[in-house]
Design a protein around this ligand. Structure first.
Ligand SMILES: [Zn+2]
Length: 58
């Protein structure tokens, strides 16, 4: 299974990590960004199941 890393801290996401999805469809830890053009938020698991372009990460 593919895993995505946070571009800020370079840590692999865990299912329960709290993340933002920005308007460029980049996933970022909520704790790693001060300001973000937020499109969605939730746990990593919720976000990758909500958007079809993350299908290969499920
Ligand atoms: Zn991070």
């Amino acid at each position: 299974m593919l895993k995505m890393r946070c571009p800020a801290c370079e840590t692999e996401y865990q299912d329960s990590d709290l993340v933002y999805l920005d308007i460029g469809n980049t996933v970022l830890h909520q704790d790693c960004v001060k300001r973000v053009d937020k499109k969605d938020e939730g746990t990593y698991k919720e976000i990758i199941h909500q958007y079809d372009f993350f299908e290969e990460l499920r």
